[in-house]
Design a protein around this ligand. Structure first.
Ligand code: EPU
Length: 337
């Protein structure tokens, strides 16, 4: 195991922010992970687990022992006539796993095409897009307990999945390192094409009939149009969560803003943060090297040379304006570090 010091994390976060880690190492399996955790304990430096770096905002140099998870492997662990259970290493790139599933004809993750990040990070915030969330295909996961190095498993119920949420962001934050995730995929895929423009885009792209490939291509097309490619323009996807408000609050706002969109959920009415931000005048606004994306105002971008602390200030200023105008609190979706 190679340990580096004062390592630039620029290549390891999709905002492309140039902050340093006090210590840095990469681990390829559970044994190396345990060694790295031990090394961090010995150095008396808190361990910080890094996946694809696509959902973090670095606001400073990190006085941490950064452990980049590179655990690979996509293997069938169980199979019956209808389903296949696939165990995937936490370090696999999410979109590459989606491609693997599609090539093998396994349905369930095609709507989650092109989501940046790694497989290990996917359960942390129950990634979701176009009507599907990871909890819909999740079977269980394996994790290492940070404190004692023991290997444990979590069922879907144990994970406490919610909208962009799980116990790994709440009561179990920083307690475990997710090492492998097992998904249950369908040999006879049931397509979910009801969200937004998915159906229309499949026709537009000329697919003769719906299939998991067609859904995936349509979603890649939609996402590429709206969401900036982090390899070209630094960003971390949606910066804020879509707020969920009470029906009373929604009706109050609707009386003043008849155009306000709202989607019923079991927790309340979900309103698009993108709409609130756009109405507050922030869509496409630029502050020098950083700004609010012109096609999707939920996404903050680093045009190059931007600073994490400025992005944080920008996000706070947007949230303040939205709160003053609508009385709705925006919560960040990315993890502030
Ligand atoms: N909207 C605007 N102005 C805009 C763009 C959107 O007002 O410029 C409003 C419209 O009312 C639109 C609504 O926002 O109908 C929803 O837009 P969209 O379908 O693009 O989805 P979103 O709510 O902005 C969520 C996820 C995305 C995911 C898409 C598609 C969150 C925080 N974000 O965005 O996930 O790709 O749905 O399912 O839930 C991510 O988490 O990083 C992410 C990109």
């Amino acid at each position: 195991m190679q340990i580096e010091t004062n390592k630039s994390l620029r290549q390891f976060n999709t905002f492309g922010l140039d902050h340093q880690a006090a210590f840095f190492t990469e681990v390829a399996d559970e044994k190396e992970l345990m060694e790295a955790l031990q090394a961090a304990r010995k150095a008396e430096v808190p361990a910080f687990i890094l996946g694809g770096g696509s959902n973090i905002l670095l606001t400073r140099d990190l006085p941490y022992f950064v452990i980049k998870i590179n655990i690979k492997g996509i293997n069938i662990v169980r199979e019956d006539s209808r389903h296949v259970w696939v165990k995937v290493g936490a370090g696999e790139i999410w979109h590459e796993f989606v491609g693997h599933a599609i090539r093998h004809g396994w349905g369930g993750v095609e709507n989650l095409s092109l989501i940046p990040g790694t497989v290990g990070a996917s359960p942390m915030q129950n990634i979701g897009a176009y009507g599907v969330e990871i909890k819909d295909v999740f079977d269980h996961l394996e994790a290492v307990v940070r404190e004692d190095g023991n290997l444990v498993t979590f069922s879907g119920e144990d994970c406490g999945f919610g909208y962009r949420d799980s116990i790994f962001k709440q009561k179990s934050k920083d307690k475990y390192v997710i090492t492998r995730v097992v998904f249950r995929l369908d040999k006879f895929p049931v397509l979910n094409t009801t969200y937004g423009d998915v159906e229309f885009t499949m026709h537009e792209l000329g697919f003769p009939e719906p299939s998991i490939e067609a859904v995936s291509e349509a979603i890649i097309h939609i996402r590429s149009k709206k969401l900036p490619d982090p390899t070209v323009l630094g960003n971390a996807g949606s910066f804020f969560k879509n707020p969920v408000i009470s029906p009373e609050k929604f009706h109050q706002l609707k009386a003043i803003y008849p155009q306000l969109p709202g989607f019923d959920t079991p927790e309340g009415i979900k309103v698009p943060a993108a709409w609130l931000i756009e109405q507050s005048g922030w869509k496409g606004k630029r502050w020098g090297t950083i700004g609010v994306h012109a096609q999707q105002p939920l996404v903050l971008v680093n045009y190059g040379g931007g600073k994490g602390e400025d992005l944080l200030l920008l996000s706070k200023t947007i949230a303040k304006d939205v709160f003053e105008k609508f009385g709705v609190k925006l919560q960040t979706e990315v993890n502030l570090v």
